[in-house]
Every structure is written in C-alpha cells, then in structure tokens.
Design a protein around this ligand. Structure first.
Ligand SMILES: C[S@@+](CC[C@H](N)C(=O)[O-])C[C@H]1O[C@@H](n2cnc3c(N)ncnc32)[C@H](O)[C@@H]1O
Length: 306
C-alpha cells in the first residue's frame, strides 16, 4: 500500500492535475489511494461448463481461500493466489473459470440479455463480457462479437471456444462501420469501448499508465462518439445499449452519454440493482466505480432507444 504522495509522484502530472479539476479533492484522493493498493485476484465461474458448488469444493481441496460477492453469485475473490498461479490450474485450463475484474462483470449484468435474443458486443476481445453474456443466455440466441484487431480477434475466438460458447460469431472490423452492415436488428448492444484505461492504473506498474496522454483521451472521445452512434443505429427501438469504460475522465464518460442523449435518440435508463459497492457514485443513472483493492475504476450507463 502506497501513500497518496508516492502515487502522485509516479503518475503523469497532467493526469493528476485533471483528476483534481474533475473530482472533489476527497474523491481524487480516494482514487489515488485506490491506485496505490494491490488488486486482488477475482474470477467468475463459467456456468456453461461448471457450477458454483463444484468450484467451491475445488477451492477447498486446493486450499484456495476465497470470498463471495454479495451482488453476483458467480463471482469469487481469491485471497491467497495471484492470477499467474490460478492460470496453472486445471479449472482454468478447462475453461471452468474466467479471470475477470469484478467491475468488468457489471456491464453484462446491466445488459441483462435473455435467451433467444440477438446481441451485439461492439468491442469484444479478449471476450470476458462476450463469454459472460453467452453464459447468461445459456448458449441460446445469437451474439455478434466485433473486434478491430486481427490478433485480438484470434484471442477472442480462442477464449470463446475454451469457454464453450456456441452462439457467438466473431466479426473483424471497425465498430463505426457496423451501422453500414446491419439494420435496426439487435435487442441489446454492449459498447465496452476502447478507452484510456485510467481505472486500471496501478502506481508501481508503469505499463498501466505509460501511454496515457490528453491527446489520446481526446482521440478516444471522438472515436467513442462514432461507436455509440453506430451501436444506436443497429439497435431495435426500445432496445438497451450499455456503455462502459474502465476510465474515469468526463470526456470519455459523462460527455459521451450527454452526446448520445442530446444528438441520438437514447435516454438514460434507471439502474434497478443495488450493487452495495463502496466507492460507487450514481450520477442520475451513470455509475462510476472508484478504484480500490477489489475493484478497477469503471464507468457504466444503461441507455434505452426511444
Ligand atoms: C476495453 S477493450 C474490450 C474488452 C472486452 N469487451 C472484454 O470485456 O473482454 C476494447 C477493445 O476494442 C478494440 N477496438 C479498438 N478500436 C476499435 C474500433 N474502432 N472498433 C471496434 N473495436 C475496437 C480494441 O482492440 C480492444 O480489444
């Protein structure tokens, strides 16, 4: 655990300055405190191949200490093993579990896909959310899992196959172009968009923040507007679009929702679930999770097409 002063010294100065402009001093301090903590290993049982009870029996047999998560029965917090060790185990190699941050499990829960529906996952690799959506649909229906990067699309295909997903087709291409290929035909769209990743910054892992710049934030914000417009166009009337990022700034979060509500026919939908998470702000249906030892920083909003 590092002090806030130590965290401030390591992260880009412009990022820190902006943090104190966009958040109250107390919230900015909380965020930096979260970036100075080590993150716990978390995972999800893959219900397409396995079940919670068998997994808990495995944990006990292997002397793996775990906690349950109040708002999601399929999620587990591992207390005495890192991801690297977990990935050596058969439960991992067989696709019985998926290593995933807890925050990242929330978008599919908000999307709430139903068996038989047609779902678009606009930025899908490596597939944590596509595989979770397929599990929630019990492998019934159709998912189009889109990814722009060829190598990442291969990783996505591998993960879908290992996790036993049978209902997803991988589309290789730019999410902005999807609107040219499909009509208003998706029941639900997930836009877990490319972002600057501020919610994943860890003070002693420079790889998490070394490519951050304000220029990149602005580039991504422009891309996100195009992506949400494309997702909106292929969504059925009355359908749900979930917008999520693992970043904290206004340009990639609240401003995109504001853009979608003012310029496209989207409206913020109420979030009925009480996640009972510490460090969560609900600003009129826009959820912002502040980074902490068990959660990455995240932003989520559920929108409805009018
Ligand atoms: C935040 S990650 C997605 C994580 C994924 N949803 C998951 O839960 O495993 C964003 C992804 O968007 C891809 N991407 C970047 N630009 C894109 C674009 N214009 N259209 C579609 N995907 C894009 C990136 O290659 C990256 O794989």
């Amino acid at each position: 655990m590092a002090s806030i002063g130590e965290v401030k010294k390591r992260l880009p100065k412009e990022f820190i300055d902006r943090l104190y402009k966009q958040f109250t001093p107390i919230t900015a301090d909380k965020i930096l405190y979260g970036m100075g903590s080590e993150r716990l290993t978390t995972l999800r049982v893959n219900t397409l191949k396995y079940d919670r009870q068998s997994l808990m029996n495995d944990f006990r047999r292997l002397n793996i200490k775990f906690d349950r998560v109040m708002w999601y029965e399929d999620a587990f917090i591992i207390k005495n093993m890192h991801e690297k060790e977990i990935s050596q185990l058969d439960i991992y190699k067989n696709g019985y579990i998926y290593l995933q941050s807890l925050s990242s499990m929330i978008p599919p829960i908000l999307l709430n896909p139903k068996k038989g529906e047609k779902i678009l996952d606009m930025a899908a690799s490596p597939g944590s959310k596509t595989t979770q959506i397929a599990a929630l649909m019990e492998n019934q229906g159709k998912i189009i899992a889109n990814e722009v990067d060829k190598i990442r699309a291969e990783r996505l295909k591998y993960n879908l196959s290992l996790q036993g997903v049978k209902i997803a087709d991988v589309r290789l291409g730019r999410g902005e172009k999807i609107k040219e290929e499909y009509k208003e035909e998706f029941d639900r769209v997930l836009l877990d968009t490319p972002c600057s990743g501020e919610g994943r910054f860890i003070f002693n892992e420079p790889i998490t923040y070394k490519s951050w710049s304000l220029k990149e934030v602005n580039r991504l914000s422009n891309l996100q507007k195009k992506l949400i417009e494309s997702g909106f166009k292929v969504l059925k009337k009355g359908g749900t679009l979930v917008y999520s990022t693992c970043t904290l700034n206004l340009e990639e979060n609240e401003n995109i929702v504001e853009y979608a509500c003012s310029n496209l026919g989207l409206k913020i939908d109420k979030i009925e679930i009480d996640f009972k998470i510490n460090n969560i702000n609900n600003n009129g249906g826009m959820l912002k999770i502040l980074p902490s030892k068990d959660m990455e920083g995240f932003f989520l909003c559920k929108l409805k097409k009018l």
